[in-house]
Design a protein around this ligand. Sequence first.
Ligand SMILES: [Zn+2]
Length: 133
Amino acid sequence: MKTKGHGQANWTERLKARFPELFRDISVWGIFCEAGWDGLITRLGERLITLEVLDLRVVQVKEKFGTLRCYVVGGNDEVSAMIRQAEVESSETCEWCGSQGDLRKSDRGYFLTLCASCFEKWSSNGWVMAPPS
Ligand SMILES: [Zn+2]
């Protein structure tokens, strides 16, 4: 069974290059979701740096129960509000392709936010948690 995180080391490096301070403490395994949320995470990074919170660092970004989770150190209420907003957006963004999506549940009780066509792939792919290659 495939798991999340294909090529994500690359993704982590890209985020570190773009947001050197914000993502400086993220590990290779710090991004644990699929590429459809790339734009969402980049937008979140752009918003967070406008707050200019000293020493704010994103330490982990992942999918949990079908939506985005973003863990930081050095945050404050404004940071938390921005992260919550991104989590809400993730429940409407396909994690596999980035299209408009809905939070969906498999018959085994897993949750993923997917568009209609990715949901079909998910269903026909034995409900594995990663997009078919
Ligand atoms: Zn999709």
